[in-house]
Design a protein around this ligand. Sequence first.
Ligand code: NAP
Length: 215
Amino acid sequence: MLAFLGGTGPEGRGLALRLALAGEETIIGSRDAARAAAAADELRELAPGASISGAANADAAAGANVVFLAFPYEGQRPTLEQIPDALAGKVVVDVIAPMQFQRGRGASAIEVEAGSAAQEAQELLPDSLVVSAFQNISAEELQEPDKEMEGDVVVCSDHADAKSVVMDLVRKIPKLRPVDGGALSNSKYVEQITPMLVNINRIYRIHAGIKIVGV
Ligand SMILES: NC(=O)c1ccc[n+]([C@@H]2O[C@H](COP(=O)([O-])OP(=O)(O)OC[C@H]3O[C@@H](n4cnc5c(N)ncnc54)[C@H](OP(=O)(O)O)[C@@H]3O)[C@@H](O)[C@H]2O)c1
């Protein structure tokens, strides 16, 4: 069972939709159970027959064995501090790219004291297996189930088995390729590519992604 905390937003919705279409059981999480249920209803209309339910974040986390963090960076510490027990022993997939927007300057990365959002999550959740992935995958593309995805997903973690679990989930989304990005400390570089992609998107009016050549 996969849970998407903050899954009412475009990135969590898109990942849940694609993985539900691939046959995974999914739960949309939200700070508000009714909002989660409404998002799940909308997604089931796009994917009739797929397993997509909704619940409050804590219940979604408790019911899953792989939990995606799909809310903005500012929500990470307060959310994780509320539910460490529900996440203990589980694979926690951090898709967060800490970013800010300034008028006239576009998107830029927020510096994180721990090194990256994913490292901060691992510090907050010492009993969880944190994996960093999907930060460079466009929510807009994910939410169009008939559109073929394109690009690489760099996956970083200090837990080899958890990393394999997430790399296998990437393979379930047609045309996406997982690339082993090594240790969780490398997540910083992956997270900081995202504001650059956002700025490129604005210039070219596209949904850019990345490909690692030579692998
Ligand atoms: N959008 C993209 O293309 C994209 C691509 C790659 C990675 N990402 C990353 O994926 C994450 C989600 O992106 P998004 O665009 O879906 O974000 P979003 O729409 O801004 O937020 C997603 C959901 O998070 C919850 N949320 C908002 N503020 C929160 C807070 N302070 N604390 C806890 N929950 C909060 C809200 O759900 P409820 O109100 O229902 O709780 C919201 O619907 C971000 O960290 C982003 O960096 C996004």
